[in-house]
Design a protein around this ligand. Structure first.
Ligand SMILES: CCCCCCCCCCCCCCCCCCCCCCCCCCCCCC(=O)SCCNC(=O)CCNC(=O)[C@H](O)C(C)(C)COP(=O)(O)OP(=O)(O)OC[C@H]1O[C@@H](n2cnc3c(N)ncnc32)[C@H](O)[C@@H]1OP(=O)(O)O
Ligand SMILES: NC(=O)C1=CN([C@@H]2O[C@H](COP(=O)(O)OP(=O)(O)OC[C@H]3O[C@@H](n4cnc5c(N)ncnc54)[C@H](OP(=O)(O)O)[C@@H]3O)[C@@H](O)[C@H]2O)C=CC1
Length: 515
């Protein structure tokens, strides 16, 4: 019997960010392994014209939840969506809902955040810092609360090279920042933002670091733990391999590469690609929830959910496997054949951007214009290059994350819990994982049918022929222009032609002699 699964039985669990990538997988696993849990409260806002109920309905009816519905047929009754906007005072939760949350919650998983790298400082602080403080305040008024699990990121201290499982202080107190944002206007905030974030690469990682400090300062006598995942990727094993549902992090790049838009990347091939499957992170979260509630560690423990320390894979290996998978299972209607260069040199990277990205986009847009259609490729390419430039920081560096607490927890689990809540990334086979990942992107993100693979392969063959034809024509045009203008080029040309002619004559003569 799994002790962790039993622990969540009969519990009321509050999840923020349940509609996000991590949150959905967390709910799925909770319902599947502890179907006798009492209720999962989720704080949700209406979005994209959908009501709360419609959003929950959509999640529960997705492929991700197919197994859950077998194990826990009354899952609809066990999920209680509460209207909340985490960027508002008191989260804009009604009095009655707040009362219920305060009196019933046993465990909190705080996943909600803005993960955009370019968010405004005001919004990112509201969500990643102030909302965390507000939730901690609520938690301190919950008499039945046993554990508060805060999800941060392994990159919250990416200004350091070696990162321990401790909370590092930020140069400016979070409280000072929260207070000053109340009276500063937006223009001034954006002006001071670069000075505040110093050597953090973006507002996201900086505000996540502030969020951790808030957790430390406002922990009161709560049982709190912090989990820091690195780059969260598709599911490894559960509920099935390769599930993924948004374009963040590597996902968007895999699409861009598979569709042939992205053919060069400024990356350091030997740098560690610290990906961690989302189900591994969720298993660790549930184990940490149990451990924090049952063992009540004296201080706030930080757990790294990273792979580089235990089972490293670098960007070169990852890139090669991604490309190999595109060969086997290509994406449909690719713009160009998937191919890529990793370069760590600025100049070469600019060159590849011009030749491999911008030029084909401009040529294609000319073609669209000539055929009376609206040009769109240059805009799309600019968008992709902007995204890539935001991610470049993370694919050109390596970090060392210590994992003492995570390993300690692994050793505390019973063999059954180690199996059901496996977060031992040493067992991960990267090649298999990446193949399933790319397949998952194709199936669950692009919604492409496997039956379309032969046609996709045909399309790639056509693209290869167009590529050869285009290159040959380009070569001949350039050469013809050179010959017209330069004596030197003409001499070289005559030399090559006469050499070929002599070679052919010799070859013909020797074969005639043999006969
Ligand atoms: C010797 C070597 C030889 C090598 C040979 C082999 C070479 C092989 C090479 C293979 C080529 C490459 C293959 C790929 C291999 C894998 C590469 C993986 C690289 C992975 C890099 C990952 C780095 C992640 C770092 C994460 C660190 C922190 C982790 C976290 O804690 S949190 C989660 C991270 N958060 C995010 O990822 C959010 C990032 N996104 C943003 O901040 C914003 O979206 C934005 C990028 C700033 C863009 O903002 P905009 O307002 O301009 O646009 P908007 O958001 O509205 O989106 C516009 C459209 O763009 C789409 N889009 C969004 N994100 C991405 C994305 N990541 N990739 C692609 N496209 C994206 C979005 O969907 C919109 O589309 P539309 O709706 O159609 O308009
Ligand atoms: N994905 C990754 O690679 C990594 C993620 N993390 C951390 O994991 C956590 C979850 O990330 P992930 O699931 O990927 O992110 P997503 O962007 O997929 O999910 C974010 C969640 O936060 C919710 N949210 C955002 N703003 C509000 C708001 N104002 N009110 C209510 N809810 C809000 C979103 O709700 P809605 O659906 O309404 O937008 C969504 O449910 C975050 O704390 C992130 O920092 C850490 C390391 C890596």
């Amino acid at each position: 019997m799994s002790m962790i699964a039993a622990f969540y039985g009969g519990k009321s669990i509050l999840i923020t960010g349940a509609t996000g990538f991590l949150g959905k997988v967390l709910m799925e696993k909770l319902f599947r392994t502890s179907p006798d849990l009492k209720v999962i409260y989720i704080l949700v806002r209406p979005k994209a014209g959908q009501t709360l109920q419609q959003r929950v309905f959509q999640i529960l009816n997705s492929k991700l939840f197919e197994k859950v519905k077998e194990v826990c047929p009354n899952v609809h009754e066990k999920i209680r969506a509460i209207y909340a906007d985490l960027s508002q005072n008191d989260f804009a939760i009604s009095k009655e809902d707040m009362q219920e949350l305060l009196s019933c919650t046993n465990v909190i998983f705080h996943c909600a955040a803005t993960v955009r790298f370019d968010d405004t400082l005001r919004h990112a602080v509201q969500l990643n810092v102030t909302a965390t403080r507000q939730l901690l305040l609520m938690a301190s008024q919950m008499p039945k609360l046993e554990a508060f699990i805060h999800i941060s990121t392994a990159y919250s201290n990416c200004n350091l090279k070696h990162i321990d499982e401790v909370i590092y202080p930020c140069p400016v107190e979070p409280k000072k920042i929260i207070d000053s944002l109340e009276w500063l206007d937006d223009a001034i905030i954006e002006e001071i933002a670069p000075k505040l974030i110093r050597d953090w690469p973006n507002i996201y990682t900086y505000t996540k670091a502030l969020g951790e400090m808030v957790v430390q300062q406002e922990s009161r006598n709560l049982n709190i733990a912090i989990i820091r995942p690195s780059i969260v990727g598709a599911t490894w094993q559960e509920p099935f391999p390769g599930w993924v549902d948004n374009v963040n992090g590597p996902n968007g790049l895999i699409i861009a590469a598979g569709k042939g838009f992205l053919r060069a990347l400024k990356a350091t091939p030997k740098a560690v690609a610290d990906l961690i499957p989302v189900d591994t992170v969720v298993n660790l979260m549930l184990a940490v929830g149990w451990y924090t509630a049952v063992h009540r560690p004296k201080s706030t423990l930080v757990y790294h959910s990273t792979s580089g320390n235990l089972n490293p894979c670098n960007w070169h290996k990852m890139g090669v496997q991604v490309l190999a998978t595109f060969e086997k299972i290509p994406f449909e209607r690719a713009f160009r054949r998937p191919y890529a260069n990793f370069t760590s040199n600025n100049f070469t990277s600019q060159y590849w951007n011009a030749v491999s990205h911008r030029a084909p986009a401009i040529i294609y847009d000319c073609y669209l214009r000539l055929t009376g259609r609206k040009p769109r490729m240059t805009k799309l390419m600019n968008q992709i290059l902007r995204t890539v430039s935001m991610l470049e920081y993370f694919i050109n560096r390596s970090w060392e994350w210590s994992t003492y607490n995570t390993e300690m927890l692994m050793s505390e689990l019973s063999p059954e819990d180690q199996r059901v809540f496996n977060f031992d990334v040493r067992q991960l086979n990267w090649l298999e994982y990446i193949e399933n990942y790319v397949l998952g992107v194709k199936k669950y993100l692009l919604k492409e049918d496997m039956a379309g693979i032969p046609e996709a392969k045909q399309h790639l063959k056509r693209l290869r022929n167009i590529h050869y034809l285009f290159n040959t024509a380009l070569f001949l045009i350039v050469w013809r222009l050179l010959i017209a203008r330069s004596q030197m080029a003409r001499n070289v040309w005559f030399f090559i032609v006469s050499f070929c002619y002599k070679f052919l004559s010799y070859f013909r003569a020797s074969s005639t002699l043999k006969v």
